[in-house]
Structures are given as structure tokens and as C-alpha cells.
Design a protein around this ligand. Structure first.
Ligand SMILES: Cc1cc2nc3c(=O)[nH]c(=O)nc-3n(C[C@H](O)[C@H](O)[C@H](O)COP(=O)(O)O)c2cc1C
Length: 367
């Protein structure tokens, strides 16, 4: 294919003008410091990728109870906001734009990772089948504690507070992680939500938690600086629904009224565990959602360009290609081949496999 045109055209996404349509996907890398404070290495990693039209950070917990990994970054206290400020300053100095992805793990966690060894929380007391990495071991997922109805408003407040801290931390906006079986998604789907209050049962009720969080985020940041990620039909983390097409198209229709910056639709190309859905999530959602749509999952330069040409999405989100190609945008522009990612260094470790992938500039210099 000749040099892509659409990928390199600018686009207005909410309050932001993106210089290109190549977005960096949120990716957990488990390299934050003690107390989940972002590090200098993280600032380097993200700023190396600042040529992206938009960077979306790795999942970041809005409260200590939202933590789901050993060393993920958080955004629930001032030290973490200060750490993130170093990241956002570095990205902005390099000419980029950056949203923080707010991710409450809910039942995709373990008491080893939570304050005072509390049990993870969830809409219903149903454990995920399988195991989770804690600090010292791999342990079976525990049966989570079902949230009381009157506890839910406090969790929405945690997200609101994280949005407030995101302003101090210098983020251009926030993305709600409502995909892949994390807490909002646990409420959304019928398999993990057996509640009989106003947050369970009908699709209207199961969508309520996600919509309340988004309303809170919009109050703080303005809708033009709030996005949300969904992954219709994916079963990772035991995310089962009786009628996923109905569940997610209902949610997408409700989102129309909010005027968000974007809806980010996950189409996982077999990276994660679980069964792929019987439909293409991007094509399911596009006709029912009137705002900007970001598509993710297994895209190459050429397939991304084609999806834009066909009007299937407004921007393309790249995950793994950005891990191993800090200069992905430059490589797409020039047609230079990509470095392959090393899966062994995806989660945790030092700067190897994190900030040391070669750039074209470095390769040329070394020759
Ligand atoms: C190492 C790794 C960590 C990830 N962590 C997150 C995450 O924190 N939040 C999220 O929404 N998706 C996460 N994902 C999924 C990616 O954002 C993306 O949807 C997926 O990798 C498919 O895109 P790709 O085929 O371009 O890699 C992760 C993917 C990888 C490879």
C-alpha cells in the first residue's frame, strides 16, 4: 500500500484536535513504584511515544480497593498525581496529548493486593475461575464481596476524585475502562451481576453504574475530555452476558446523550484469553453511536487505513505495536518494518523491553 493518508489526517475528538488518527492503546505494564506512584521510567516510556495522535495510559486505579495488580499506577492521592505530572509534562514537552485510563478492578483482584487484606468487591459474590498473580504467588480468584446498594455512590465519588486529581496531574482527559471484565463491566453483563436492586436485572439497571461514573467524570472534566472503552462480547475475566449485542448497543445508545469525546471499542484479535464474540464489535456499535468512535484490536498500518477509508471508525488504536515501536507513527509514515514485541517483558520488570526498543533514528545512527 502507498503511504497512508487517512491515518495522517487530523481529527477533532471532543475538545482535542489530534494531528493524526494513530492512538496508543491503554496497556498495563506493572512498572509503577512503591505506593503505585508513577516513575521517571514511565515518563520516558510515554514521552517516547508522544507522536501518537493521543496516548491513553495503562489502567490506573481510582481508589486503593480498585487495585488489581502488583505494581500498577494509581490516581487516588497527591503523591500519585505528582508522579503522573512528571509523565504528562514529559509527553506535553514532546508535543503529545495524554488521557488517563481509570480502571477499578473489582473482582479481578485479590485480598493480598488490597488494604487490610479486604476481599475484592463486585456486584455479586461470584468468583472468576482461574488464578491471579499477587506479590508472592499465583492464587485462585476469591469469592468477592457483593457491594451494598448504599456503597455504590462512594465508588462513583472515588472516580470523581480521580478525575479531579487528573486535572492537577496535567492529563488532557480521562477514559473510563468499562471493558474486559473490570468493575463497570462486571455490573454491565448478566453473568456477573445477579443483583435485584436498581443496579441489577434489566439492561437499564446494569448500565446504571457505568452511566453514573461517566456523568461524574463529565462534571469534573467536561464531556469533551471524557472517553469510555467497551469490549462487546469478549469473555475475558469470565465476562458473560445472555445477550451481548443488546447489552452493548443499549449502552452505546445511552452514551449518545452524553456528548463524550469518544467511544473506544475493543476488538481483541485473540490476544487475551476467552472466546471471541459472534459479531464484530466495532461494526455492531458504529451504526448506533453518533459520536467519535475509536477502534482497537489487531490493526496494522494498512488495515487501519482501510477501516478509516471505509468509515468504520474515526481513529485507530494500536496496542502491542506501540510497545515495541516507540516511533510507530514515523514507521507508519515511512513504511519501515516494525520491531516485534517481546511478550516476556509485557508485565513487570525493569527498563528492558520497556524504554529500550530501537527507533529508526537509533538504527540509522548505529549503522
Ligand atoms: C501488555 C498489555 C496490557 C494491556 N493492558 C490494558 C489495560 O490496562 N487497559 C485496557 O483497556 N486494555 C489493555 N490491554 C488491551 C489493549 O489496550 C488492546 O485493546 C489489545 O492489546 C488489542 O490491541 P492490539 O491488537 O493493537 O495489541 C492490554 C494489552 C496488552 C498487550
Amino acid at each position: 500500500m502507498t503511504a497512508p493518508v487517512k491515518l495522517f489526517s487530523s481529527v477533532k475528538i471532543g475538545s482535542l484536535e489530534l494531528p493524526n488518527r494513530i492512538v496508543m492503546s491503554p496497556m498495563t505494564r506493572i512498572r509503577a513504584g512503591e505506593d503505585c506512584v508513577p516513575t521517571e521510567s514511565m515518563a520516558r516510556y510515554y514521552s517516547q511515544r508522544a507522536a501518537a495522535g493521543l496516548i491513553i495510559t495503562e489502567g490506573t486505579h481510582p481508589s486503593p480497593m480498585g487495585r488489581g495488580y502488583t505494581y500498577p499506577p494509581g490516581l487516588h492521592n497527591v503523591a500519585q498525581a505528582v508522579g503522573w505530572r512528571r509523565v504528562t509534562d514529559a509527553v506535553h514537552e514532546a508535543g503529545g496529548r495524554i488521557f488517563v485510563q481509570l480502571m477499578h478492578a473489582g473482582r479481578v483482584s485479590h485480598s493480598d493486593l488490597l488494604p487490610e487484606h479486604a476481599l475484592p468487591v463486585a456486584p455479586s459474590a461470584i468468583a472468576i475461575k482461574g488464578e491471579i498473580h499477587t506479590f508472592t504467588r499465583k492464587a485462585p480468584f476469591e469469592v468477592p464481596r457483593a457491594l451494598e446498594t448504599d456503597e455504590i455512590a462512594a465508588i462513583v465519588q472515588d472516580y470523581r476524585r480521580a478525575a479531579e486529581l487528573s486535572v492537577a496531574a496535567g492529563f488532557d482527559g480521562v477514559e473510563l475502562h468499562a471493558a474486559t471484565g473490570y468493575l463497570p463491566n462486571q455490573f454491565q453483563v448478566s453473568g456477573s451481576n445477579k443483583r435485584n436492586d436498581q443496579y441489577g436485572g434489566s439492561v437499564e439497571n446494569r448500565s446504571r453504574f457505568t452511566l453514573e461514573i461517566l456523568a461524574a467524570l463529565c462534571t469534573v472534566r467536561g464531556a469533551g475530555r471524557v472517553g469510555v472503552k467497551i469490549g462487546p462480547g469478549f469473555t475475558v475475566n469470565d465476562t458473560f452476558d445472555d445477550d451481548p449485542a443488546e447489552t452493548y448497543t443499549y449502552l452505546a445508545r445511552q452514551l449518545n446523550a452524553l456528548g463524550l469525546a469518544y467511544l473506544h471499542v475493543g476488538y481483541d484479535s485473540g490476544y487475551s484469553r476467552g472466546t471471541p464474540p459472534p459479531f464484530n464489535p466495532v461494526d455492531l456499535i458504529r451504526p448506533v453511536y453518533s459520536g467519535s468512535l475509536l477502534a482497537v484490536g489487531g490493526f496494522t498500518r494498512d488495515s487501519g487505513e482501510k477501516a478509516l477509508e471505509a468509515g468504520r471508525a474515526d481513529a485507530i488504536v494500536y496496542g502491542r505495536p506501540f510497545i515495541s515501536n516507540p516511533d510507530l507513527v514515523e514507521r507508519f509514515a515511512s513504511g519501515v518494518s516494525l520491531n516485534a514485541p517481546d511478550v516476556r517483558t509485557f508485565y513487570g520488570g525493569d527498563d528492558h523491553g520497556y524504554t529500550d526498543y530501537p527507533t529508526i533514528a537509533r538504527e540509522v545512527h548505529l549503522k
